[in-house]
Write a protein that binds this ligand. Structure first.
Ligand code: LER
Ligand code: MN
Length: 271
């Protein structure tokens, strides 16, 4: 397993669960100093990340890009793949496709988390799920064809979405809809709220897990909450997970302390 730390470029998300908020150069510099393998970037839009700047920062620091988030499409515009409004769905698709291109050019996947949306009160769950399946299918095919990368899909806790909250229901739905090239993002903060047993959930989702948000129960660095992380890591090892543990956490008590605590836990747990 590999380590990653988040860099948020969205000023409206300054109080969000991201470690670094002072630009790409600063985030990459700190990431490498503290021993991370990679960075995960949360941009306002794809066009706001210069591919050449990010590529040269990654090369200069021997870092990888772990993933790129698309949540700003929801946060700033309320665009989602399951919206009842076809124009909104189109905007959502284009926004995500642009991030697939930006991340894919650097060998990394895009994340669909908040942009799955929520079920509109005047629509049925089945209708919303069909719209979501259509959007994910198109985007995952595109990610594969254009860049040979998967698309990451993230179940969220009940306060953020009423579509998918747990890994197992997500895995069953992806499988039954034959949504190829979509991998599950297991966020340990959401899992702590929704899963009965985090280890079992990981073992059941198995090879469908493609990324992990590495957060303690309170969305602080691992070791600062009450999640029993040792069995969670053992389960990730048992399914042969070799992807990123990416710190999507609040920068508390400050960014560097959160990153340092994450790295210390990572070394203890993963070796
Ligand atoms: C939001 O809570 C979250 O976990 C993000 O990764 C979703 O885009
Ligand atoms: Mn997350």
């Amino acid at each position: 397993m590999k380590s990653a730390v988040t860099i948020c470029l969205v000023s409206e998300a300054r109080s969000g669960p991201f470690v670094y908020h002072k630009g790409l150069a600063h985030g990459c510099q700190q990431a490498v100093e503290l021993g991370f393998d990679a960075v995960e970037v949360f941009p306002p839009r794809a066009q706001d990340v210069s591919e050449s700047e990010l590529r040269s920062l990654l090369n200069q620091h021997s870092l990888a890009l772990a993933a790129m988030g698309t949540g700003a499409g929801w946060l700033l515009h309320q665009w989602s793949l399951s919206s009842a409004d076809s124009e909104v769905r189109q905007q959502a698709c284009q926004f995500i496709r642009d991030i697939i291109d930006r991340a894919g050019a650097l060998g990394a996947p895009a994340i669909v988390g908040s942009m799955q949306g929520k079920i509109d009160p005047n629509r049925s769950r089945n209708e919303a799920l069909q719209l979501l399946a259509d959007g994910l299918s198109e985007l995952a095919d595109y990610a594969e064809r254009a860049h040979g990368v998967p698309l990451l899909f993230e179940p969220l806790n009940r306060y953020e979405s009423n579509l998918f909250n747990r890994l197992e229901e997500t895995a069953d739905w992806l499988t039954s809809h034959q949504l190829r090239n979509v991998k599950i993002l297991a966020d340990m903060f959401h899992m702590n709220i929704e899963e009965g047993n985090m280890s079992q959930a990981i073992e059941r989702a198995g090879g469908l897990i493609g990324h992990v948000h590495f957060a303690d129960s309170n969305r602080l660095a691992i070791g600062l909450g009450h999640t029993d992380t040792t069995p969670v890591i053992a389960s990730l090892k048992s399914i042969g997970y070799a992807g990123y543990l990416s710190a999507e956490i609040f920068p508390k008590p400050d960014s560097d302390a959160a990153a340092r605590q994450t790295m210390q836990s990572f070394k203890q747990l993963v070796g």
